[in-house]
Design a protein around this ligand. Structure first.
Ligand code: UDP
Ligand code: MG
Length: 319
């Protein structure tokens, strides 16, 4: 049913030195296990000789496929294109920089096909990266675990394996490659496994991500959480917050008015309403409430006219 058993999708940006070694190593491991496979090298707009190397490697090697972007779009884009092109029963992703070991591939394949996981993520239990990277990564993983409820140690590991159904039904964009397990879970792929994997120091070249990765990472987590829960019903989100804020403001307003009237009735001296901090709180709460409510309406209308209003993931149909 599938042309090959295993597809290996490898996004790469300026990794020319690593490619020959990487592809040979993959071939050695998989041929020894007797697995049929294809390697998809996605050149994400490299400015070094990566594409030349890919062309040279692909001549006379039918297992190698290459896709070249016209410019650098980012790892998520490269993965997305690789996922669309992949033909294997199981699709694995790995980094091109030889930090991930191809020796892990057969076991990942087995976990998908025999243990029937939808997705298996690598866990670089022993990492060979600088502290500036490992400490923020711990925070990132903790936050993602907490919000998504997925018990993975290492969300951003480049080495992962998927059942083909998973990669064909999810879309990865922006910097969302860090959250593929989260996207998968919210699409109903709940069998998510983990495998401890070997990790090496980068052998050639330099890392392609700077510190901005952490800022973008958290923003992406916020939007992914929002989108997956409320994309089809934004009013539930904005409307709830808006209503709460509005009623809070109204309560304060009533209280202020009541107090004023009561004091006047009893001929007591009172501050001006506008001299009280509570007044400003009430004002802000009412205005913010109305704004949120309107945002909800607008989002609902945008959503109503959007092109993908009813795109549900159908697993199977009969007849
Ligand atoms: N990469 C990519 N496009 C980019 C940035 C990175 O395809 O815009 C690739 C990169 O070539 C490597 C993988 O994504 O194969 C992981 O990148 P890197 O090793 O620099 O990240 P790190 O290991 O430092 O987290
Ligand atoms: Mg790396």
């Amino acid at each position: 049913m599938f042309p090959v058993e295993l597809s290996i999708v490898i996004p790469l940006l300026n990794e020319a030195e690593s490619l020959p070694e990487l592809t040979q190593w993959i071939a050695r491991v998989l041929v020894a296990r007797g697995l049929t496979y294809e390697v998809l090298l996605i050149d994400d707009g490299s400015t070094d000789d990566s594409w030349g190397v890919i062309e040279a490697l692909a001549t006379g090697d039918a297992t190698l496929r290459g896709i070249r972007f016209n410019r650098n779009y980012g790892k998520s884009a490269a993965l997305n294109v690789g996922f669309e092109a992949a033909r294997g029963r199981v699709v694995c992703t790995m980094d091109a920089d030889l930090q991930d070991s191809p020796e892990e591939l057969p076991e990942l394949y087995r976990m998908i096909t025999e243990d029937r996981f939808d997705l298996v993520s690598g866990w670089k239990q022993k990492r060979f990266d600088p502290l500036s990277k490992t400490i923020p990564t711990k925070l990132f993983n903790g936050a993602t675990r907490w919000i998504s409820g997925i018990k993975l140690h290492d969300f951003n590991c480049g080495l992962k394996a998927y059942d083909q159904r998973v990669v064909k039904s999810i879309e990865v964009y922006g910097e969302m490659h860090r959250y593929i397990p989260v996207i998968a879970k919210w699409n109903g792929f709940r069998r998510i496994g983990e495998k401890v994997v070997q990790h090496q120091e980068r052998k050639y070249g330099v890392t392609k991500f700077g510190l901005e990765r952490f800022v973008y990472g958290f923003l992406d987590l916020a939007s992914i959480t929002f989108v997956s829960r409320f994309r089809r019903r934004p009013m539930h989100f904005f409307g709830t917050l808006g209503t709460l804020s509005f009623f809070f403001g109204m309560l304060l307003t009533l209280w202020l008015t009541g107090e004023k009237v009561w004091l006047a009735y009893h001929n007591l001296r009172a501050r001006n309403v506008t001299d009280q901090p509570l007044f400003f709180l009430a004002l802000v709460a009412v205005i913010v409430g109305v704004q949120l409510f309107l945002a909800g309406f607008l989002a609902e209308m945008v959503q109503l006219n959007g092109p993908r209003r009813n795109d549900y993931l159908v697993r199977e149909t009969l007849n």
